[in-house]
Design a protein around this ligand. Structure first.
Ligand code: NAP
Length: 275
């Protein structure tokens, strides 16, 4: 049996085992997907041990998307640029290859909006925000990106990396100092503001940065509609939650491991079981 797992801490609420096990069952593959919750103080000891065991692949989540990189034998170009890996494939010779499928997952639901997105405002500078920022740079008509960040230092680092990658107009604004002088075609929340203990908050007021055709995208999938998305919806804006990205990044990881995608039936089964 092929063994897969998600590595992270904590992992109590991870949807990944449900998604991948549904797909393995659908294709009648002799494979299983588990959780490997690793306490940060044990990360190096556990990873050295796991590397000697017979696994076929991993997803990697908070807080290990960067620390996993030292255990990889090769890293895909896009993941290198982003500086984070969320998918590992164990090759036939036992070596580990790293990928970032958040990038692909984020872009999928934006496809119908490509022609209208020339500017984007992104809240956050963490692992997911880095994948989103490089994905925004790769949108065909993008001209202007603004990063809205809590910690200026992290924002500056991301900004420097983006500038090296693509020459367009960039702005960096600290949360609390934003004066909403501009409108954007796309607003993205890549912070946890709106979920868990931060459920009652939003990263910024979407209507302050929107025109009538702005698309508002929240990476959070639980709750299905954050108050950020609810506010955008009330103003009549197009909204996208984190669910299609979650499915999209999982499908891309599954494709890297098995060469197969998710059929409509898999997606329906996952939706029925997990949503
Ligand atoms: P992360 O690496 O911990 O980064 C979180 C970012 O949010 C950091 O920039 C952090 O600021 C900022 N932040 C945290 N709390 C904040 C607050 N109270 N106010 C303002 N900013 C705050 O986490 P991540 O992996 O990027 O994940 C971010 C979000 O995306 C989470 O909600 C996660 O569930 C979601 N996500 C969804 C998917 C999907 O498939 N839908 C995939 C990945 C992530 P500092 O830089 O100052 O620490």
């Amino acid at each position: 049996m092929k063994k897969f797992a998600i590595i992270g801490y904590p992992l109590k609420h991870s949807a990944s085992p449900g998604i991948h096990n549904t797909a393995f069952q659908y294709y009648r593959m002799d494979a299983a997907y588990d959780k490997l919750e690793i306490d940060p103080v044990q990360f190096d000891v556990k990873l050295s041990k796991i590397k000697k065991e017979s696994w076929s692949g991993f997803n990697v989540t908070i807080p290990y998307k960067q620390s996993i990189m030292t255990y990889l034998d090769r890293i895909d170009k896009a993941a290198q640029r982003i500086g984070a890996v969320n998918t590992v494939k164990v090759e036939n010779d036992g070596s580990w290859s790293g990928y970032n499928t958040d990038y692909v997952g984020f872009l999928q639901p934006l496809e119908p909006y490509h022609p209208q997105i020339r500017s984007g405002l992104l809240a956050g500078a963490g692992g997911a925000a880095r994948a989103v920022a490089f994905a925004l740079c790769d949108l065909p008509y993008i001209e202007r990106i603004c990063l809205l960040v809590r910690s200026k230092q992290k924002g500056e680092m991301l900004l420097q990396d983006l500038k090296k990658y693509k020459s367009i107009e960039y702005y960096l604004v600290e949360m609390g100092n934003d004066k909403s002088e501009r409108e954007y075609d796309l607003l993205v929340n890549a912070t946890p503001v709106g979920m868990g203990e931060l459920r009652g908050q939003m990263p910024f007021e979407p209507q302050s940065y929107a025109h009538k055709n702005t698309v508002v995208y929240d990476l959070i999938y639980n709750p299905v509609e954050t108050i950020f998305l609810q506010a955008a919806k009330r103003t009549g804006l197009h909204i996208i939650n984190g669910w299609p990205m979650l499915l999209g990044q999982a499908e891309e990881a599954f494709r890297i491991w098995t060469g197969k995608g998710f059929t409509i039936e898999i997606k329906q089964r996952v939706e029925k079981e997990l949503r």
